[in-house]
Structures are given as C-alpha cells and as structure tokens.
Design a protein around this ligand. Structure first.
Ligand SMILES: NC(=O)c1ccc[n+]([C@@H]2O[C@H](COP(=O)([O-])OP(=O)(O)OC[C@H]3O[C@@H](n4cnc5c(N)ncnc54)[C@H](O)[C@@H]3O)[C@@H](O)[C@H]2O)c1
Length: 505
C-alpha cells in the first residue's frame, strides 16, 4: 500500500524507483481518530505525512476581538494521496508548524516519514538529493506563479473608484477566447458606470492544482475540459471565488453538490447555436459516408480515379436514428427529414415538433436494430454514460454509421474500436472523445500521442474526427461571449445560486 500511495502523490510519484523503495522502508502507518490533533500550531515538525484515506484539516488560530478565546479558521483539507510537512523535512528547518493538523470526519489513515531517516537516506544516496530539489523547484514555480498573478492584479490600471470591480479569471484560454471576450468586455465597461469587469486569461486548465491561481478573483470562467470537482471547488472557495461561469452548455465536469456546499453560484450558456452543432454532425456524417477526407487527399495528389473504397450510400430512404431530441437533436431531425430519410427518435421526453416532422419515437433497441445512421445528441449523465458499449454491438444493424458530437463519455471507445474492427460499425464521425481532456485544444503535432485508444481512432480510415469544434461558428461564439457577460452581470446585480437565470440547478 505504501508504494501505491507514493504513486498517487503528485510530487513523490516522479521519484526514481530506488528512492521510492527506500522510502517505503521508512514509512509508518497509523490511524488518526476523528477530531484528533496530531500537530499543534507552533510544534516542531519532525516528520512529513501522506494521507491514505480520510481527510486532514489544516487550521490556524486567529485571535478573537478582545476575547480570550482563539478562533480557528480552516486553511485547507488534505485528502487521499496528498502530503503535508514535506517542506519542513526536506528543508531540515527548525521551523515550527504554521498550522494545526486535525483529522476530519470519520478519522484518517496516515503514513508518516520520519525526517531524520529521510535525510539519512538522502545523504547516503546523493542522487536522491537532486530528486528532492526537483520537487522543491516545482513547488517554487507554482508558488511564484500565484504571487505574480496577485502582483499583476494589484498593479493593474487604476479604475474609477465609483465603479465596483469584478475580477474574472478565464481558464483554458486559447486564442479565440481572448480575441472574442476582450472587445465585448471593453464595450461593457464603457457603457457602465457602476461596474468594471476585469477579465484575465490563463492557458491552464482548472484542476485541484491550478485552482489556487484564482486567488483574489471573484469569478472564474470555465470551458468543457476544466475540472470543477469537489477538490478544485474547495480551493476556489478558499481563494474567495463566488461564481463559476461556464462558457459552454455542458456541465458534466462540475460537481454541483460541491458548488452548493461551498456556496458558489454556477451559470452556463444553455444554448448558443444549436444549428452549429447539428450542421457539424451532418458534415461528419457526409464526410464518413462519402469518404471525403480520403477522396480529397487522393485528388490533391492528382489521383482522379474512382475505386470501391470511396463508395458511399444515399441517405435518402435510409433509417436515421437521433438519440436525444433536445435543442440540437430537433434541428438535426429537421435537416434529416430534408434528406428524405426515415426518422426514428429516442428520448426520455418525446417532442411534439419531432413527431410533426414525421419522426417516430421508438425504443433504444429499435434504433440499434433498424438504423443505418445513429446520432448521439443527449447530455452525459450517469444514465447515459457508455450508452454505446460492447453489449450494444450485437444489436446494431451491420455497417451502421455512428455520429457523436455530444460528449465522449456516451461511448465506450474500446467497444467502438472493436465494432469498427469487426465491421459491425461501418464508420464513425466524432467531435468528442471520452479522454479528450488530455489532448483537445492543444497542439500535439510535435509529440507522440500515447493514448492507444485515441491512436486506434486516428489511424482508422473509417473514422472522421474533429477536436470539439462543432460549436465553433461566429454566431455561436458571439452568443457564448454575450451570455457569459450577461451571467456575470446578473451575479453582480445580486442574483445567486438557483436565482441566476442560467443557473445549472
Ligand atoms: N461538440 C460541441 O461543440 C457541443 C456543443 C454544444 C453542446 N454539445 C453537447 O450536446 C448535448 C445536447 O445539447 P442540447 O442543447 O440539444 O441539449 P438539450 O438539453 O436541449 O437536449 C438533450 C436531450 O437529451 C435528452 N435526454 C436526457 N437524458 C436522456 C436519456 N437518458 N436518454 C435519452 N435522452 C435523454 C433530454 O430529454 C433532451 O431532450 C449537450 O449536452 C452537450 O453535451 C456539444
């Protein structure tokens, strides 16, 4: 278990195998009862600790106003895989603990590494010392980034003192974000004499480590691959963030319960251009069906021949299934009827408009059995996760084309790859991929892609893939930016939680 724990720790996992093996020998496990204080603020620290299970809380005394009783404030919580005390031990300082460490609800299981043993193995193995320096350097870099951000905020252009300043940190910024937000923020500020919106941008994605960059901001603006899980939200809340504005519709990476617990409001852009996504889904279908990427490459190489690998099918007269007939699904249904296809639909709520268009609601199984093309147009929820999985493959009509522009997690990608290999799935068009967070919106052209499932998709000529760009039209971007600013404005006027017009709850 000690070795597994080292692998879980963000910093220690990078140590050499021999260092980890030596560390395991000096790690001692112990249980801490709920509420038990095992380091008192002001105590000397002789060990560092790694949490296996449960939570440790770091609290700091703050003197009450003239009252003898000390008040404690919670600084942060250290969950499984996290460590505390490492800087004291690695630095061999005689410093004292700056906070009290108490075990949280239900107690905790913790491993201790004694400082003198730790330093001894470092002295016996000088290469370990350079590994420790690397950990300390990473910590230093991360801390200086926060300090720089705070200094930059403080030294920003002075604003009219009558205006209330609202600072927003925009995570996962690529060029289009800044280019489109800046002019709209500027014109918002020019029109308003009561509020000044200050939007700063970072390329970092939100996660439990980057959440601290939001120190001093009242709001953060997030996109599809930012992770607002309970841990990130607790750090955001400690940094003073009160509002999350999603510049997208989906919020499957936001822990709604944690946001409510920490009192953060969350608003999104419920609809920007459903046409953009529906039209892109059709583009993917026609690219897969008529082999457009391969055909275009051949023609560009002056190969003007036709061969059976380019053969497609008429969509006219085929059975096309739309799973999820919400805003995007309904627009897609209308386009499909234009092809003269037989429209079959599946949704937990039936839409009168889809029926008026001639669509027929059927069960999932009937969609699988009858459809030549299936579009996934539903949100990612526990009930829809891996809705296309290996048990669905035998139910599908042979050669079906699958199109997913919604969320990658709707499809078990390993099952999709085996369906493509066996020919059950004739082709697929994907704008989303379940592990896209590691790759999408970044340039990997000079680096090896190590995700084997993604490599299988990229190398398959029956797959047409785009990197989450279905929404990307000028009309949609315009709506995303203006609705996000509207959401911030609604918050600044005092609306909170479920009272915000575009709240996610
Ligand atoms: N690729 C992109 O750029 C992009 C852009 C915008 C939206 N999207 C994705 O598209 C999805 C659909 O967007 P929308 O605006 O049409 O959403 P929507 O909320 O209007 O529609 C979703 C539909 O799915 C249905 N649904 C929910 N759970 C279901 C279930 N278990 N089984 C069957 N149907 C179910 C709902 O009843 C609803 O009709 C979004 O959730 C988002 O993930 C992707």
């Amino acid at each position: 278990m000690a070795k597994e724990l080292l692998e879980k720790n963000e910093q220690l996992r990078h140590l050499s195998t021999s260092f980890k093996d030596d560390l395991v020998k000096i790690m001692v496990a112990f249980d801490v009862l709920e509420g038990h204080v095992f380091i008192e603020e002001g105590d000397q620290i002789h060990s560092f600790f790694i949490v296996e299970s449960g939570v440790l809380m770091r609290t700091k005394r703050r003197s009450g106003d003239g009252n003898d009783d000390d008040q404690c404030i919670l600084i942060d919580e250290i969950g499984p895989g996290k460590m505390t005390g490492f800087l004291h031990v690695a630095g061999h300082d005689v410093d004292v603990a700056f906070a009290t460490i108490v075990s949280g609800k239900g107690g905790a299981k913790v491993w201790a590494v004694d400082g003198s043993h730790f330093r001894l193995i470092c002295e016996e193995n000088p290469q370990y010392a350079s590994e420790v320096i690397k950990i300390l350097t990473l910590r230093l870099r991360s801390t200086s980034k926060i300090v720089r951000a705070i200094v930059e905020q403080k030294s920003g252009a002075p604003v009219d003192s009558k205006k209330k300043v609202l600072k927003v940190l925009c995570y996962d910024t690529t060029s289009w974000v800044k280019e489109n937000f800046e002019p709209k923020v500027k014109s918002f500020n020019e029109k308003r004499d009561d509020i000044e919106l200050q939007m700063n941008y970072t390329q970092d994605r939100l996660n439990d480590k980057t959440a601290r960059f939001a120190a001093g901001y009242e709001a953060v603006c997030l996109f599809v691959n930012d992770t607002a899980d309970a841990e990130s939200i607790s750090v955001l809340s400690m940094c003073g963030v009160k509002l999350i504005v999603m510049r997208c519709a989906g919020f499957d990476r936001v822990d709604v319960k944690a946001a409510k617990t920490f009192g953060l409001s969350v608003a999104r852009v419920p609809a920007y251009s459903p046409y953009a996504v529906a039209e892109h889904a059709i583009a993917l279908l026609m690219s897969v069906n008529r082999r457009i990427p391969a055909a275009s490459t051949r023609v560009k190489m002056s190969n003007f021949t036709l061969e059976s690998s380019l053969l497609g099918m008429d969509i006219h007269g085929k059975s096309v299934g739309v799973m999820g007939t919400g805003k995007i699904g309904q627009i897609l249904c209308r386009i499909i009827t234009g092809f003269g296809a037989n429209l079959l639909a599946y949704d937990v709520f039936e839409s009168a408009e889809v029926k008026d268009m001639g669509g027929k609601y059927v069960s999932k199984e009937e969609i699988y059995k009858n459809c030549d093309v299936i579009f996934l147009m539903m949100p990612l929820l526990p009930s829809t996760t891996h809705i296309i999985n290996s048990s669905v493959l035998p139910l599908l009509k042979k050669g079906v084309i699958l199109i997913n522009t919604s969320r990658g997690g709707l499809v078990d990608t390993s099952a999709l790859v085996s369906g493509l290999q066996s020919g059950v799935i004739g082709g697929c068009g994907l704008d989303v991929y379940e592990n896209e967070g590691d790759y999408f919106f970044q340039d990997w052209s000079g680096k090896p892609v190590v995700d084997n499932t993604l490599v299988s998709l990229l190398g398959n000529n029956r797959v047409v893939m785009t990197a989450h760009q279905a929404f990307f039209t000028s009309e949609a971007i315009d709506k995303i930016v203006s609705t996000t600013i509207e959401n911030i404005d609604n918050y600044s006027s005092g609306l909170r939680g479920g009272n915000l017009p575009n709240s996610i709850w």
